[in-house]
Ligand binder design. Structure first.
Ligand SMILES: [Zn+2]
Length: 204
């Protein structure tokens, strides 16, 4: 995420659920481009540190991760980042809900924007609670995006598809014309998704 410019400095956070009781999450205040093993912390599903240490604390957005796991028994990993194009849409109040690319129709569906919430507060878990039940990818108003999946790369790949789609959508808007995929073709793409055993959640 850091190499691809989806996060700057110490932005973003990543977690993986390793059992019914606990998960691994990145530490607060560290660059994900320079992660060391001790910067990945094990916490309980109530947010308590399993091996307390004075040097690192769990991500400031731990509550957002815990809320998503609470709402979604089917997911095992979450990535949160501030990719520039996706975050531009999230900051302009423009959802990525147009059928412009087959990949986005098949893997993201309509990506909606959660209400603005002050980072690190309870407003953040509250803001994503409803949308994350219905969609694997959510834009965070004036903030960034989160993606969830059955494993870490499934979650990360959705973030990558999101940013790529946002970039192309932005370019198409600049060109002044968006040739949207017609409704009947969109239905075929949605059927294809079922054929490939897509297991995530999408707003169609
Ligand atoms: Zn953030």
């Amino acid at each position: 995420m850091w190499i691809r410019g989806y996060i700057a400095a110490n932005d973003g956070n990543i977690s993986v659920r390793i059992s019914d009781e606990s998960l691994l999450i990145t530490a607060a205040g560290v660059s994900k481009g320079f992660l060391e093993p001790e910067m990945i912390l094990q916490i309980t599903i109530d947010g308590k540190l399993v091996h307390p240490n004075s040097k690192y604390h769990p991500s400031s957005e731990t509550k957002m991760h815990l809320e998503a796991y609470k709402q979604r028994n089917d997911i095992k990993a979450i990535v949160h980042a501030h990719p520039p194009y996706a975050t531009s849409f999230a900051s302009s109040g423009i959802p990525l809900d147009k059928p412009l690319l087959p990949e986005s129709v098949m893997t993201l569906g309509k990506v909606m924007i959660a209400d603005f919430a002050i980072p690190s507060t309870d407003e953040v878990p509250n803001s994503i609670s409803d949308l994350i039940k219905r969609s694997d990818v959510v834009l965070l108003s004036n903030h960034g995006a989160m993606a969830v999946g059955e494993d870490l790369f499934s979650a990360y790949n959705k973030m990558e598809v999101l940013e790529h789609s946002a970039h192309i959508t932005f370019n198409a808007m600049q060109l002044g014309k968006m040739n949207l995929i017609p409704e009947e073709k969109k239905k075929i793409l949605i059927d294809l998704r079922k054929k490939f055993n897509f297991s995530g959640r999408i707003i169609e």
